[in-house]
Design a protein around this ligand. Sequence first.
Ligand code: CS2
Length: 502
Amino acid sequence: MPLLLSRTALSSLPSSVAVPRYDPGAVAVGIVHLGIGAFHRAHQAVYTDDALALAGGAWGICGVSLRSADMRDRMNPQDGLYTVVEKARTGVSYRVIGSVREVLFRGDELETILARMAAPATRIVSLTITEKGYCHDPASGELNLAHPDVAHDLALPADPVTAVGLVVLALDRRRASGGAPLTVLCCDNLPQNGRLVEVMVSAYARECSPALAAWIAANVTFPSTMVDRIVPATTESDLADVDRALGLLDAAPVVCEPFRQWVIAGDFAAGRPAWERSGAQFVTDVAPFEAMKLRLLNASHSMLAYLGFLAGYETIWQVAARPDFAALMRALMEEATPTLALPADVDLPAYKAALLERFGNPALPHRTQQIAMDGSQKLPQRLLGTVRDNLAAGRPIDRAALAVAGWMRYVSGADEAGGEIKISDPLAADFARVAAAHRGDPVALARGLLGLTAIFGTDLPADPRFAAPVTRWLAALFADGAASTVARAAGGHAPTSSGEPP
Ligand code: CS2
């Protein structure tokens, strides 16, 4: 039985595997990270690993698992170490990361987690809990006080199930035990993500105690970030591959593309690692970078995921390899481009060309169904902001309308062969209700789904410049299937009013 990856086993790794250039065991915790999933371990933890090697500091990460003990039980026995596997078209590289110093599980270690978050040595609490983890209203960006988990936490604040509830409880402890300032750093794919979390934490804190809300306003900062790296879910075959490369067992590897980007704006209340040494960009305003990433990368990802899945493709690279789909992605990006206002040194054509290249990487199978998850939480910032800006300026929105129709076709719950699609989304029950009421009637289905104000607000459903093309594309998708609808759209043709092929 091969040995488990651990600090003592690092010296026995083959020279082809990079290892931390510092002693992980000597690094004290300075960051508590909520949501220790694959993305964090392939992104912020890597930047921190570089910063520790280049500049040192007490910036080890205490990872917190909110939903399951799995990651704790995999990582703690191997001293928090794990392998990042970078897969390029041209080859694979392996690197062991040492920045995660411990992992705790919310289910049975709440007190320890609160103590870590309240400790003065902890100077940053960061989050990657996915869009739905914020329990906000995706259309308005405000904390959804009617969300059952939020209601639970407000009734029982000492036993929080939401991340916002946990952060506020920890901030209360911190205030009571010395009151050292803290940075809360959101690293999820949401626009103005720091501001969004600040608004939610403040709203929740006000419900608990106005004095706490005032302390937070004076002592806690919420920088905003744009984070980017494609990190598909780790598979069994990835695990076996890493064990072979290491000659040891690693129960927690992550697999990702070589590209990574991190843009950060805002104040850090109590210092930060030297992330700029590892390539993070510090800017005065992150909003243009967030919009670029959400409206080009993530919007294209969602569109290709829904339409590609419907056309029978399991992974994004297979979809991106189809000339029609690639042409449609280019057209969607062209539509979004006039809504962006980037600093002059950003080469947007090169960024867009690189996206097609990144999506087409066949070494990195990224399942269309993984990206299709939680569309209700993703559509507003990926597609609907572009639609609103373009409508206001009188510009076309046709390709975004097709992407939204692709999502509607997908959440109708049946694929093109009539098989069931398992929808993973906080609003899945609403989709099922609307779909059941309007089966066989794309016009009514579109109207029903547009009526979900948490996604579309009240403006878009009422605007025929949006509702009409979405409805026509949805009818075309039902009548002709995704592949031929995409072929027609890629050729620049809009659907006819009847939904029949032109
Ligand atoms: C993807 C993102 O799953 C998804 O919805 O669009 O996770 C995407 O891979 C990352 O944002 C890339 O940085």
